[in-house]
Design a protein around this ligand. Structure first.
Ligand SMILES: Nc1ncnc2c1ncn2[C@@H]1O[C@H](COP(=O)(O)OP(=O)(O)OP(=O)(O)O)[C@@H](O)[C@H]1O
Ligand SMILES: [Mg+2]
Length: 397
């Protein structure tokens, strides 16, 4: 099915018809791809970007599929973790991490419990939820972005006021939320940053998740969830306490915690893969042998994040911002663009130094001190890091 981009914006549910439904601005992905210009889209949805892999999996997947699932749970896990199919098709890993985590997440979606992905920033919660929805339902666009201002309508339904005023409440005047659509069509819906949503709005989900129905009192009707419906929520560890999930709601979820990459090598691997993918989608000339520089960025981020050097010998202060894998990915991508456009085509310390500095030094005063200490005490003394030290000094000047 094609769902236009309006479903991405929770506020659009109560926007007047002319603006909301099928509106031109922002109708980006589906509108453009419908015209056959899918390649022009800046960022494709997972189900489009990996359509070939999903099709190969579906063709060779002979295991039982839960109602309305595009793939069996086994094939969904293979899509996320990567593997080789019987006919030799390579499935690229999307998530790099413990296999069991993915298996538990996928299995949860096949039960009547919803899935809550929890973790510190940049641990791929959003990324995993998008790929799960793409693999299970073939559509990752049924999405509610949770914010402090998320209204109840974003989870239930809104009204097209022109219709409402002209003809009174009716099915035609009702503007379904992504959650309502997912219920009616047996699809996966995603709720991003659930703990940022005000508690009373969160509670709207309780009836939906336990009774599997969404009452519409204005019409004396209800929308009952059909088989295949489920919900994936993400929440940030750091936001915990802002709007803690009520225990009633929490009981409706299976919680899966996504960990930080366990080793530097695993994190280098993740960054290298993602940078390569992003670089290709941005048409950046490929830059070979970037892995040494990626390793240094990852090392710096891990050491500062952990508050201790990799060899465990020197204690460090940590800066205020989170130095997640996601930040390492954007620093390296930025460096790659510099190397490609203004350098000699090789990723060097001078291409990533400014990015590293920008990521570490957020709150100017305190972070700058942390960074200077690290630079002088650790980077300067480290063998083979002279060029990196110099580049960082220049970037900070
Ligand atoms: N273990 C991992 N495997 C694969 N990719 C990863 C992993 N960890 C991080 N990434 C990459 O990091 C990027 C950011 O991830 P994402 O935005 O999903 O993080 P998040 O947990 O939702 O963060 P936030 O809490 O800030 O919303 C993605 O591009 C993703 O590919
Ligand atoms: Mg996220």
């Amino acid at each position: 099915m094609t769902v236009s981009i309006e479903s991405v914006e929770p506020t659009s549910v109560d926007t007047p018809a002319g603006q909301a439904r099928g509106a031109a601005p922002g109708a980006g992905a589906s509108a453009v791809s419908a015209d056959g210009h899918a390649d022009e889209v800046l960022r494709q949805h997972a189900e489009h970007a990996f359509a070939a892999e999903l099709a190969a999996l579906a063709a060779q997947d002979d295991r039982p599929r839960p109602a309305r699932w595009r793939l069996s749970p086994w094939a969904v896990a293979t899509y996320l973790l990567g593997g080789t199919l019987p006919d030799g098709t390579e499935i690229t890993p999307k998530y790099v991490g413990p296999r069991r985590i993915v298996e538990v997440a996928v299995t949860t979606l096949a039960t009547d419990r919803a899935l809550l992905l929890l973790g510190v920033p940049g641990t791929a919660k959003t990324w995993v939820s998008e790929h799960l929805a793409a693999a299970v339902s073939g559509d990752s666009t049924l999405l509610v972005q949770g914010t402090a201002g998320t209204p109840e309508e974003a989870i239930r339904y809104g009204w097209n006021y022109a219709q409402l005023l002209a003809h009174g409440p009716s099915r035609e005047a009702l503007v379904p939320s992504p959650v309502m659509r997912a219920m009616a069509e047996g699809m996966t819906v995603r709720v991003e940053e659930l703990t940022r949503v005000p508690a009373d709005v969160q509670d709207t989900l309780i009836t939906i998740l336990s009774e599997k129905t969404l009452p519409i009192p204005e019409l004396g009707q209800e929308t009952q969830a059909v088989r295949g419906f489920n919900l994936i929520a993400t929440a940030n560890d750091r936001d915990r306490g802002v709007n803690e999930l009520s225990s009633a709601l929490r009981r409706r979820f299976n919680t899966v915690v996504l960990p930080l990459p366990e080793s530097a090598e695993a994190e280098v691997d993740i960054v290298a893969r993602r940078v390569d993918q992003i670089g290709r989608s941005l048409d950046l000339p490929s830059v070979p042998d970037g892995v040494d520089e990626i390793r240094r960025v990852v090392t710096v981020f891990r050491e500062l994040r952990d508050g201790v050097t990799a060899d465990g010998r020197t204690k460090l202060k940590s800066p205020s911002g989170t130095l997640s894998t996601a930040e390492a990915i954007s620093v390296v991508t930025g460096g790659l663009a510099l190397a490609a456009h203004f350098g000699d085509g090789v990723l060097r310390a001078s291409d990533v130094a400014a990015g590293v500095l920008g990521a570490v030094v957020r709150d100017q005063a305190a972070d700058r001190v942390v960074w200077q200490e690290y630079l002088e005490a650790v980077v300067r003394e480290r063998e083979g890091w002279k060029d990196f030290y110099r580049a960082c000094r220049e970037a900070g000047a």
